[in-house]
Design a protein around this ligand. Structure first.
Ligand code: PLP
Length: 492
């Protein structure tokens, strides 16, 4: 159970929620629902009493009572007798709840998905089942040898560190096991780097747009963000002039980059730009953190050397989440030996190491990293083609960017309606992550990320639902205006 939200805190999150285009209670309920779905009001949070919220918003008690009743009817608010209602989600089957939690829902860990809803907020794949299962079977046979030990190893199992180092060496970045720290996924790795590298108020350069959970981690660590815009499609690549200028002028401590099939655009940074990036970062004394989580999802065979091959100062983050399965929760950091020691010291304030069996299995998976990829990439290529085709047919005004790799298509919308679409999406059986989640300060209201991780038949259902949601907005400009400027999306 989470805490409670004061009337002032909720009023701040709601901002200018009432624009008068629909009954006030509906506008209020819509924006609270978005805040819950986006994870910005955690599940289990007690909302303010009707009396206190109506005073704080300077709206009638009847409005707040009706909004709460509507949230209760939709399953977003519990109905305790005589107590303040707590935020929750519509009931689901146990199976779906587990699936949602395992996939690591962006911004709202463990959120359950209501029955029948297609979740387009995730960009994640099911496990490469047989390959993962076989690795765990082998791990169990190897486990007895390790049982007499303590089981703690903050750096990670030597066999796994060796396998990861071997993989880097094989792709042209000579690496020793001492340069590897095993983590519980890439998100954990980034948190370790953030904690170890700098203090509050230091600056971190980020691509704009970028991966929302990285933005959350950077924000939570107290860093100031220096966003550098990616040039909008049809331009490709990164804006290196702007990146160099930001590095020189702002001298950020870190630059968090996703050069390999960037999330959400799917772009691959060309070698020449990689060279410029590390040169400029060296001049501004900035450590580049390269998030390579999506590196294996190369759909068009584009080539670019790992960023660390251009400079020994680069800190690389990797993961098995996209190549094999997010449920493995296995990732790593590659850096100089001295930085790895610093990261390890920072790590032990969070946890004391990873699970041994999982690491034994991961060592098998890393040694044969490419094994599941051909079939995975074939399916993704087909899904990408199907999604782009469906979007062209059913939403011709949307401008999807064709990704070089990764799991999603970043679409430019004809109007700033991403939040409005996200708010009404559940009524059409889909769940979306609004464009502003991928940026700082509420921008990207005219963008939406659409994953192609679902099979073609589900993609078709999803795009038809998007079409219906878009039709509803088109036929009701008032509704779009009501939701468009919702400050719920403007929280940086
Ligand atoms: C760029 C990026 N970094 C990190 C992650 C999270 O990875 P992990 O599951 O290893 O924590 C993701 C997941 O989508 C991602 O896209």
């Amino acid at each position: 159970m989470s805490g409670s939200l004061s009337p002032t805190a909720l009023a701040r999150l709601l901002g200018q929620w009432h624009l008068g285009a629909a009954p006030a209670y509906r506008e209020l309920a819509d924006v609270v629902r978005l805040l819950i779905l986006d994870g910005r009001i955690p599940l289990g949070t007690a909302l303010p009493s009707e009396r206190a919220l109506s005073a704080s918003l300077a709206f009638s008690r009847t409005t707040v009572t009706a909004a709460y009743a509507s949230l209760r009817d939709q399953g977003f608010l519990s109905s305790g007798q005589g107590t303040r209602g707590r935020t929750c989600l519509p009931r689901t089957s146990a199976h779906e709840t587990e699936a949602a939690a395992g996939a690591g829902l962006s911004g709202a860990p463990g959120l359950a998905i209501p029955d029948g809803v297609i979740d387009l907020a995730y960009a994640s794949l099911p496990a490469s089942g047989e390959v993962v299962h076989r690795a765990f079977a082998a791990a169990l046979t190897e486990l007895p040898v390790l049982l007499p030990g303590f089981g703690y190893d903050a750096l990670g199992l030597p066999a796994l560190r060796e396998a990861i180092a071997g993989r880097y060496t094989a792709v042209g970045v000579p690496t020793t096991p001492e340069q590897i720290l095993v983590t519980s996924g890439a998100q954990h790795a980034l948190n370790i780097v953030l904690r170890a590298m700098a203090g509050r108020q230091d600056k971190v350069l980020v691509e704009h747009p970028t991966y929302p959970n990285a933005l959350d981690a950077i924000r939570a660590a107290g860093y100031r963000m220096v966003p550098v815009a990616l040039p909008p499609a049809p331009a490709t690549g990164w804006d290196m002039d702007a990146t160099e200028a930001a590095l020189i002028q702002q001298r950020p401590k870190l630059a968090y980059m996703v050069p390999d099939f960037h999330n959400p655009t799917g772009r691959l940074m060309p070698d020449a730009q990689r060279r410029r990036l590390v040169r400029a970062a060296a001049a501004s004394d900035t450590v580049v953190v390269a998030d390579e989580t999506l590196r294996e999802l190369n759909l068009d065979g584009g080539t670019a050397a790992p960023l660390a091959s251009f400079s020994p100062a680069v800190v690389s983050i990797g993961s098995l989440s996209k190549s094999h399965w997010a449920g493995l929760r296995t990732g790593w950091i590659r850096a100089s030996e001295s930085l790895i020691q610093r990261f390890t010291a920072a790590r032990t304030s969070m946890d004391l190491g990873g699970p041994v069996v999982d690491q034994l299995a991961a060592a098998h998976l890393v040694r044969a990293l490419d094994e599941p990829l051909p079939s995975r990439l074939d399916a993704l290529r087909q899904n990408r083609a199907v999604l782009l085709d469906l979007l062209r047919t059913h939403l011709p005004q949307w401008k999807p960017e064709r990704p070089d790799g990764g799991l999603a298509v970043w679409c430019r919308l004809p109007a700033p309606s991403s939040t409005a679409l996200t708010v009404i999406a559940p009524e059409f059986g889909i769940r979306l992550a609004a464009g502003p989640r991928f940026g700082v300060g509420g921008v990207f209201e005219n963008h939406l990320r659409v994953p192609f991780t679902l099979p073609p038949d589900k993609l078709e259902t999803a795009v038809l639902a998007l079409r219906s949601a878009q039709d509803r907005l088109d036929s009701s400009p008032q509704l779009r205006r009501t939701l468009k400027d919702s400050p719920a999306v403007a929280i940086a």
